[in-house]
Design a protein around this ligand. Structure first.
Ligand SMILES: *Cc1c(COP(=O)(O)O)cnc(C)c1O
Length: 392
């Protein structure tokens, strides 16, 4: 006989999922109703409004895709890329590589702008490529690269794209709710995010939003969108406004209760206050880790507050540290990805995991574990330094 599954108690400070608040979990335990029930349709309209608030947009096409962030990525590319389209794809970490895959699978031509992992997308390189080709259709980049902890200048990249008459696709999976993000003000054309990072809802849903210019490109397609499930024209029969909703797929009803609650919480806090909170706790975490003698791998001006890449001290078995943290403290932090595997830890301060308790628990647990493994760090000063940062 297999018994019910009871997950162990964890503190999630990796690259996502982040801790889900009891309020969101309680919302998800409410009774399941039909996905065409008038009460449910009313809640869908509220989710749309709340997403418009969080993304800072009036885009009519703003909705959650019923699948994880990777599907939101695919929804943007499959609708906007047509065979033969030239797309500039910026790669400075793992996720830019997936954008390239998307472009090529949908028949587009990916022109790569590559920057070193741990640095931001270079505006100059993008501009140079736009100068070389006069038929670029799209510029795609990752706003907050979760694999490295780097923020790229989304505002400037979108301005550049507009200057050269091309549309933008922006990955905001980790940036939404954690750092400044202005869809309308910056003129972003297509954006996708995730629920399990700074929104702190469970994984499996991807908010997306398309501007009027992006919709125009979709309308003018010569070929059919090569995905039935992600075709925006079809799904908007269900998610579009009004009382007449046609069955497209069965929405993940309870997961959407959770997203709704997490967005209500964000609205209560205020979007700018949420951005400031991430910066505030990041400063304290940084003070503690640096006092311990650890180093951040990303330059301060482009560092993400919600994803902290920290160099593993020489001679330390980084995987052993992570498993001890999990075993003894129930604390999850992330490993390095790709070229950074074995070299960094990725410490997330996302959404509900961005509190003073998380900062202090992480500093304490990491210090004790590193000392036990004989790492050459400064003992007994980190917690004090973090507290002092809070007192400033
Ligand atoms: C997590 C993440 C994704 C993928 O989201 P999933 O929900 O895991 O599919 C895409 N882009 C970035 C920047 C991410 O951090």
């Amino acid at each position: 006989m297999i018994n019910s599954f009871h997950p162990p108690l964890r503190t999630l400070m990796g690259p996502g999922p982040s801790d889900v608040s009891p309020r969101v979990l309680a919302a998800m335990a409410r009774p399941t109703i039909g996905h065409l029930d008038p009460a449910f349709i009313g809640m869908m309209d509220e989710i749309k409004q709340l997403l418009q608030f969080a993304l800072r947009t009036n885009n009519e096409l703003t909705m959650p895709v019923s699948a994880p962030g990777s599907a939101g990525m695919e929804a943007c590319f499959v609708n906007l890329v047509e065979p033969g389209d030239k797309v500039i794809v910026c790669q400075n970490g793992v996720f830019g590589g997936r954008m390239k895959e998307n472009v090529e699978r949908f028949g587009g031509i990916a022109l790569m702008v590559e920057d070193e992992w741990g640095t931001a997308v270079s505006l100059d390189k993008v501009r140079a490529l736009m100068e070389q080709h006069d038929d670029i259709k799209l510029l795609a980049f990752v706003h907050a690269e979760t694999s490295t902890g780097v923020r790229s200048d989304a505002e400037a990249l979108c301005r550049l794209a507009r200057d050269y008459g091309c549309l933008t696709i922006v990955d905001a999976v980790t940036s939404l709710g954690g750092i400044e993000l202005e869809v309308d003000l910056w003129g972003i054309d297509a954006i996708y995010s995730g629920t399990q990072k700074c929104l702190s809802a469970p994984p499996g849903i991807s908010p997306v939003s398309f501007s009027e210019r992006a919709l125009e490109k979709v309308r003018q397609r010569e070929s059919r969108v090569p995905s039935w499930f992600l075709d925006k024209k079809l799904v908007m029969g269900y998610w579009g406004g009004g009382q007449k909703r046609a069955y497209h797929h069965t929405a993940p009803v309870n997961a959407l209760y959770g997203l709704h609650e997490s967005l209500v919480m964000l609205q209560e806090e205020g979007i700018k206050q949420a951005w400031e909170r991430h910066q505030y706790h990041h400063q304290a975490l940084r003070a503690g880790l640096e006092a311990m003698g650890l180093h951040f791998t990303v330059d301060a001006p482009v560092r993400l507050p919600q994803l902290n890449s920290v160099a593993v001290p020489t001679g330390v078995d980084e995987a052993r540290v992570r498993s001890l943290l999990l075993e003894r403290y129930g604390l999850e932090i992330g490993a390095g990805l790709g070229v950074l595997a074995g070299k960094v830890w990725r410490i997330g301060l996302m959404g509900s995991s961005c509190t003073r308790r998380h900062v202090m628990v992480c500093i304490d647990a990491l210090e004790n574990t590193l000392l036990e493994l004989g790492a050459d760090i400064h003992a007994g000063v980190a917690a004090q330094a973090a507290s002092a940062a809070y007192a400033e």
